[in-house]
Design a protein around this ligand. Structure first.
Ligand code: DGL
Length: 273
């Protein structure tokens, strides 16, 4: 029998929409409830305890919407809070790090992999750990990882400066050590970075595969839905902890299609963490 409960997806704000769009593409029969914690964003500059607290509150809100699965569509929240959420959730929880690590291992030929992310995600080292663990499972040796925090990419993506000279300059600066390391695969381990794909790809040059963790995560979501698939007539709901109009005015390019509409306001800070 079909399970038409929605999938709950949350992020610190709009970035998770780059993951949501991939879930929509891979799982067109599914209803979704998206929560963007815009009033408390960004998460990438916050402490571990704060991100865990916010993530637990967001999860409780989504559970109150009777979701069948929760997707942490934020690399920082996945890096800091996945273990906590998995232990406390009433439904399966999917994060973005393991799928990204798997995709990177499958893409690399030389074993030289780059990771770009927020300062918080890089500082946890979870991507490196996940890549080493996956490489071991796949029997790969000689993995060499170079990581770099690229915090300005978040603002550039939100500003809509996806393919401008400023972004190119910033990218050249940030990506220099990764380029110098000779990577053949680069994980875009932040929800905002897929919007800068053109510039990142141009700076890294041909022959470097960019891994979009949202795409990799959507495949895992589809797999995890086996036995509880929805049957269509899907409903897409949006909530934000800030002004719905602000959310909708910046959301469209992240979602990659028409504007979301009917976004409602909700503050998850009323939930116990
Ligand atoms: N969504 C965050 C991530 O993927 C980026 C934005 C933020 O720092 O909140 O890490």
């Amino acid at each position: 029998m079909a399970d038409n409960r929605p999938i709950g997806v949350f992020d610190s704000g709009i970035g998770g929409l780059t993951v949501l769009r991939e879930i929509w593409d891979k799982c067109p029969n599914e209803s979704t409830v998206y929560f963007g914690d815009n009033s408390r964003a960004p998460y990438g500059t916050k402490s571990r305890s704060t991100v865990i607290k916010y993530s637990l509150q967001n999860m409780r809100f989504l559970e109150s919407k009777n979701v069948k699965m929760i997707v942490i569509a934020c690399n920082t929240a996945s890096a800091y809070a996945y273990d906590e959420l998995k232990a406390k959730s009433r439904v399966p929880v999917i994060e973005v790090v393991t799928p990204g690590a798997d995709a990177a291992c499958r893409a690399t030929k030389s074993g030289k992999i780059g990771i770009i992310a927020t300062g918080a995600t890089v500082s946890t080292g979870v991507y490196s750990k996940a890549i080493y663990a996956r490489a071991k499972e796949l029997g790969m040796e000689d993995i060499d990882i170079t990581s770099r925090a690229c915090p300005l990419f978040v603002s550039l993506a939100e500003e809509g400066w996806w393919n401008t000279e400023v972004t190119r300059l910033v990218a050249r600066e940030y990506l220099k050590p990764i380029k110098d390391a000779g990577v053949d695969t680069l994980v875009m381990a932040c929800t905002h970075y897929p919007l800068l794909t053109e510039v990142i790809s141009e700076v890294m040059g041909d022959g470097v595969t960019l891994v979009n963790t949202g795409k990799a995560t959507a495949k895992v979501v589809k797999e995890a839905l086996k036995g509880m698939e929805g049957s269509g007539d899907s409903v897409k709901e949006f909530y934000t902890s800030d002004e719905p109009e602000m959310f909708e005015s910046v959301a469209s390019p992240f979602l990659g299609r028409g504007l979301p509409s009917g976004t409602k306001h909700y503050s998850t800070d009323r939930f116990e963490a």
